[in-house]
Design a binder for this molecule. Structure first.
Ligand code: SAM
Length: 246
């Protein structure tokens, strides 16, 4: 997959290529990342890419020309797929959207700064707007990095064990079950006995029940969006009964 990012701060984005899963995926060619700085495409001799907001008020607005020319350059050099503007006014990013993006051959991300981008640029060049949450960041770079990280870990070969993706939160509409590692006892707390029983069917049942129970406790809104099987409903009912009995 190829990801292009239009940003005034390419060094922030490039950090993704240096560490962790995204760093390894970049170095092994699982995804390609290219950054484009609008300052290199502005026709303003002083390198400006922003100006005051019509109508007054505080803050600057990113201008159409530098961004339009950057997007054109990026396309001319092979960028493919939708142009996505990271914006607090976009649709809320979720795992389903990330999964769809991960199946594309490429996409171009536009990171805004200041008060954002001239609306005419959005109207003419942006295919989709996505938000990473109901709060306002200083710039779209962190949002772009969140999106890239979430996409890259779904690309084939990015994770050491591809099964990791299958049992994660949101994959089947539920939260993940709790995890434990050695030692079996610490500060008076034990690992649930079933996990050390070696009984794979019992472990699987426990995990499913915990996953359903956690979702019910922490994110009931997620449960409203999925249809539980009879077996899942029975497990959840059992979890709820146990909680109420405590
Ligand atoms: N004036 C804008 C508003 O109130 O909707 C906020 C602009 S914000 C200070 C600057 C840039 O940060 C935006 O253009 C966008 O690219 C990015 N940004 C801020 N919050 C974001 C969020 N929650 N999700 C995605 N991008 C965000």
């Amino acid at each position: 997959m190829r990801i292009d990012v239009v940003t005034l701060f390419p060094e922030l984005i490039q950090g993704l290529c240096e560490t962790g899963i995204t760093g390894r995926a970049f170095n092994t060619g699982i995804f390609a990342l290219q950054t484009w700085n609008p300052r290199q495409y502005t026709q303003d001799k002083t390198g400006r890419v922003d100006d005051r907001s019509y109508g007054g008020g505080p803050g600057m607005v990113m201008q159409v020309q530098p961004l339009a020319d950057t997007l054109a350059a990026c396309k001319a050099e092979g960028a493919t797929g939708p142009v996505v503007y990271l914006s607090p006014q976009g649709r809320s990013l979720d795992q389903a959207a990330v999964r769809k993006f991960s199946q594309l051959p490429g996409m171009t991300l536009l990171a805004g700064r200041y008060e954002g981008v001239d609306e005419r640029l959005i109207d003419q060049y942006v295919d989709e707007e996505w938000s990473i949450g109901d709060y306002v960041l200083s710039g779209g770079e962190l949002a772009a990095m969140v999106l890239i990280d979430a996409i890259v870990r779904l690309l084939p070969g990015a994770l050491g064990d591809p099964q990791s993706v299958e049992c994660e939160s949101f994959t089947d509409g539920l939260l993940d079950f709790p995890h434990y590692t050695r030692p079996p006892q610490i500060a008076g707390q034990s690992v649930p006995a079933v996990l050390m029983s070696g009984d794979h069917a019992a472990i699987e049942r426990w995990r499913q029940k915990e996953s359903l129970g956690r979702t019910w406790q922490r994110r009931p809104d997620l449960l409203e969006r999925i249809q539980l099987s009879e077996q899942q409903q029975a497990l959840l009912d059992e979890y709820i009964r146990e909680q109420r009995a405590v």
